[in-house]
Design a protein around this ligand. Structure first.
Ligand code: DGT
Ligand code: CA
Ligand code: CA
Ligand code: ZN
Length: 580
């Protein structure tokens, strides 16, 4: 669909004209065309072909000619001409939070600033702050904007997005006229990183109600910058505890709420497949509903859309066009694992290593969640910075755990360890001690930058140990901070299947390791997954949902995940790998 890129081109033309100080009327008209195109859900090529585009308010003859030109040639001459009139890096200034076309025009005209680098210079030498209407405060805000831009890849972690969505939905719930609220986009699909947060709200019939909701959102105290505000859509950067986050709020009519939820949940690729199915069935699917001619056949609830397309309902977690549409046709979708299926948590740290609570405290908290068991897995001695336990300390801890597990009723405390895999692939503790444990996670915490062959061999060798039950955070990545090891994942999965070793889905949103597609590969090879929160505090136990969602995005069912078994079954599973 060319709508998105056309929306960008018209906006860019308006921006350049504004920077160049051209005619106000023509600037506004381009901006309006951009916005209208951005709001249209139907493919603009179809609208053009059917002549319907001429009927869309706000798009005049000359704009239609430009759109036609773009569809035929892939470019618009007027746009190319405008680009030639400005220095090549000038438009990058617009990506700095707080810099709009007016600001860019001012620094370009008066200070001859042509790039972000030059903007930084102008702020440092004080000339920026001296511009009329700017000042020190504005200069400081722009510097923060540049720093943010330099730091960010533009995508945020899942937990940051969840936090931002809470802030906004809490407000929306308070606003009069709000009926239903639904987070959509990549956040609803629980993708490992999020570009922006999408939220849908259904409102009553009146236009006023919708405007009030958008107004309420864009004027909220947590809003740092309003990017766009229209009658049914608002887009803003909001402040959160960690990072600035872009949030898009759309108000949709009640009768279209399900269709909008379906459309804006995406993914784009999934939507394209659905639209094809609709067309084949002589129907039309867009964000307003599923239509047969003029008649709406579904729209208020998402389930109806799938039903009317003769598909089983597809969970948002699966909507990536990775085979889910085919499976829905033949009613062979997996029954995905859910948080409610989880009976225990396998990975957590206490005060004994680098955690911040006692075994008894974390056990009580786990019991509160409803778990039947937990496994205490403090670090081993080689993880010195994480205050790893010596062999003697672990032996003591095992005794302590046995006593506590007796004493605290209603939950079983398993004795485990997160044992370092040493450089040669051997274990940080000897087999005799490992044999005393109920469950052993083996993890790499050093030498992660080593070549592929080395890190792979090291991991395979660890799995050969009959006391190793699981490889912790197998690739070692930290999202946005550290690359994954260059691991031969296929080899690791194959060996895990051969050695009856589970692979961890580390639920910490910094890790989500294994990631979704690797979970799917593991499951296909019959490898069991273990979901561990890697909690270092009581609150950390609450991260389980991220791990469950990641496994489910890899099509995991209850049977693929060890956490759904009873403690007794876990013990017999562990026993079956050990020498008799
Ligand atoms: P993100 O924000 O980059 O993490 O990813 P999404 O999936 O949230 O993408 P976003 O925010 O651009 O759009 C939200 C959803 O809206 C997207 O998943 C599918 C739908 N959507 C947006 N643009 C288009 C489009 O041009 N065609 C179709 N079919 N769907 C679109
Ligand atoms: Ca999004
Ligand atoms: Ca969005
Ligand atoms: Zn850990």
């Amino acid at each position: 669909m060319k709508n998105v890129v056309l929306n960008e081109i018209f906006n860019e033309m308006a921006d350049i004209m504004e920077i160049l100080g051209e005619d106000r009327f023509r600037i506004n008209s381009n901006r309006k065309v951009g916005r209208v195109i951005g709001d249209i859900a139907t493919d603009i090529e179809i609208l053009l072909a059917t002549g319907e585009l001429a009927k869309v308010p706000g798009i005049g003859k000359s704009s239609i000619a430009k759109i036609e030109e773009f569809i035929k040639t892939g470019a618009i001459k007027a746009h190319q001409e405008l680009l030639k009139k400005i220095p090549p890096k000038l438009l990058e200034l617009l990506s700095v939070p707080g810099m709009g076309p007016k600001g860019v025009k001012a620094v370009y005209d008066k200070l001859n600033v042509k790039s972000i680098a030059e903007l930084k210079g102008a702020i440092k030498n004080g000339s920026f702050a001296e511009l009329p209407g700017f000042g020190d405060k504005k200069a400081a805000a722009i510097i923060r904007g540049i720093e943010f831009l330099e730091k960010s890849t533009g995508r945020i972690r899942l937990d940051e997005a969840v936090g931002a969505a809470y802030i906004v939905t809490d407000l929306l719930r308070e606003l009069a006229g709000t009926q239903r609220i639904q987070t959509a986009g990549s956040l609803r699909r629980r993708v490992e990183t999020i570009g922006d947060v999408d939220i849908l709200v259904s409102s009553g019939k009146s236009k006023k109600a919708s405007e009030r909701i958008i107004e309420g959102f864009t004027s909220a105290e947590f809003v740092e910058e309003v990017l766009a505000a229209g009658p049914t859509k608002g887009s803003a950067i909001i402040r959160t505890e960690t990072a600035p986050v872009q949030v898009d709020v759309r108000v949709v009519p009640k009768k279209s709420f399900g269709a909008a939820a379906q459309y804006f949940t995406g993914s784009k690729e999934h939507n394209v497949r659905l639209r094809e199915i609709a067309i084949k069935a002589g129907l039309k699917l867009n964000e307003y509903g599923l239509f047969k001619g003029e008649k709406m056949v579904a729209g208020e609830d998402e389930e109806e859309i799938y039903q009317e397309l003769k598909l089983a309902y597809i969970e948002p977690l699966l909507r990536e066009d990775r085979g889910e549409v085919e499976a829905a046709k033949t009613n062979s979708l997996p029954e995905l694992i859910q948080v409610g299926d989880i009976r225990g948590d396998f990975h957590m740290h206490t005060k004994a290593s680098d955690g911040n609570c006692e075994i008894s405290e974390i056990a009580e908290a786990a019991k509160e969640i409803g778990y039947k068991y937990i496994c205490i897995t403090d670090h081993s001695r080689s993880s010195a910075i994480a205050n790893g336990l010596s062999a003697g300390q672990l032996a003591e801890q095992i005794k302590q755990i046995r006593k506590l597990s007796e004493k605290i009723k209603g939950i079983t405390i398993l004795a485990g360890s997160e044992v370092d895999i040493l450089a040669d692939g051997s274990m940080d503790f000897d087999d005799k001690l490992l044999a005393e444990l109920d469950f052993v996670i083996a993890s790499i915490h050093s030498g992660m930058a080593s070549p592929r062959e080395k890190v792979t061999k090291r991991t395979l060798k660890a799995m050969d140990n009959p006391y190793v039950n699981c490889i912790g955070h197998p690739t070692g990545r930290l999202i946005g901070q550290r690359e994954a090891m260059d691991l031969d994942i296929a080899a690791v999965i194959k060996h895990a299947a051969q050695t009856q070793t589970a692979l961890e889905v580390n639920a910490n949103p910094w890790r989500l390791d294994l990631k979704d597609i690797h979970c799917r590969m593991a499951i296909a090879s019959g490898v069991k997954l273990v979901i561990g929160t890697d909690a270092h505090s009581i609150g950390g136990l609450g991260l389980m949902g991220f791990g469950v969602a990641t496994a489910a995005r890899g099509w995991a069912t209850k049977g693929d995940v060890l956490n759904t078994l009873s403690a007794a079954k876990i013990k017999s599973w562990v026993k079956s790998k050990r020498p008799r």
